[in-house]
Design a protein around this ligand. Structure first.
Ligand SMILES: Nc1ncnc2c1ncn2[C@@H]1O[C@H](COP(=O)(O)OP(=O)(O)OP(=O)(O)O)[C@@H](O)[C@H]1O
Length: 287
């Protein structure tokens, strides 16, 4: 599979935090959902990919070329939506559009206008008077209007009401119909990621814990529930994490079908992505 973005051995050191040798491939034509707790390193990773901050080691390839060699080309190819919008607060959406027209060679003023209307963004209102959600929508309108091949969204759905979030997810699904398009999307709203992502990348304390196909995760993993006594009788191989609760034990198995064949009387549910991530994040490591 061709990689839109390939990251090899990426290291970024802050005084009290490191992104630790991240290897990640973002396949062309896919949506990759990036998840992880507060402070796990999602924004740092995204800023390294965007070239906003300098990395300490490793390489980033975009369409097979080193990021540093992309120069202005990269700016045209990537549409970004960051948690904090960087627009001039004393401008309005129309003025922002004019600036973007000069920045992006493929700026589509008509499309921008359509998004402003769809998102109900007042054209003449100053950005400083926009709500957080409105600023987010304006960033999204800009990102989608310069015909970028890659969209990178950092916490883009937070601050948006459920209807707009849903619209945005539909827009992303439509955008990805063009196989030359790719999306990297970080969010704490796991259900949003579950709706649209082809792959889930999970980052924990600066390390990439896994990148897996979403359907595979849903099909393969299982969440078991039983009493402390029953748990003690189980062979622990294939059990990844355990959460001890007052009402019983909950555990994550890597291969639900195999586990059910072995223990047909045991309750093992098909999980959603949030179940898997919560157990990976908070459960005790078993095997
Ligand atoms: N400029 C900086 N200087 C020093 N430390 C930083 C800097 N930027 C980020 N960090 C630290 O790097 C770590 C990762 O931060 P980052 O913003 O990448 O996490 P995140 O996964 O995006 O978190 P959140 O979900 O809360 O947005 C945190 O411990 C943060 O304090």
């Amino acid at each position: 599979m061709e990689a839109a973005i390939r990251i090899e051995g990426l290291v970024k050191n802050y005084e009290k935090f490191s992104l630790d040798h991240i290897n990640l491939e973002i396949p062309k034509g896919s949506i990759v959902g990036l998840v992880g707790a507060n402070g796990a390193g999602k924004t740092t990773l995204i800023k390294c990919i965007l070239g906003i901050i300098k990395r300490d080691a490793g390489e980033i390839y975009v369409d097979g070329e080193k990021l540093e060699e992309k120069n202005d080309n990269w700016k045209n190819q990537v549409g970004m939506v960051l948690a904090e919008a960087n627009f001039h607060e004393t401008m309005n959406a129309v003025q922002i559009g004019r600036i973007m027209e000069n920045i992006f060679s493929q700026w589509d003023a008509g499309l921008y206008e359509t998004y402003l209307n769809d998102f109900k963004l007042e054209h003449k209102k100053l950005i400083k008077d926009y709500s957080r959600g409105m600023k987010m929508k304006l960033q999204i309108a800009v990102a989608l209007s310069h015909r970028a091949k890659i969209l990178i969204f950092d916490e883009a759905t937070s601050g948006l009401d459920p209807l707009v979030r849903d619209d945005l997810l539909d827009i992303l699904l439509e955008y990805i119909q063009d196989e030359a398009h790719t999306v990297l999307l970080s969010s704490h709203i796991i259900s949003d990621l579950e709706k649209v992502s082809d792959y889930i990348a999970f980052i924990q304390n600066g390390r990439l814990l896994f990148v897996e196909n979403k359907d595979e995760i849903l099909y393969r993993y299982g969440v078991g529930k039983c009493s402390k006594e029953d748990y003690s009788t189980l062979d622990k191989e294939g059990i990844l994490r355990l959460k001890r609760g007052v009402l019983g034990y909950e555990f994550l198995v890597q291969d639900r079908q195999a586990f059910m064949r072995r223990y047909p009387d045991m309750v093992v549910d098909a999980p959603d992505i949030e179940d898997v991530l919560l157990l990976l994040e908070k459960g005790e490591v078993v095997s």
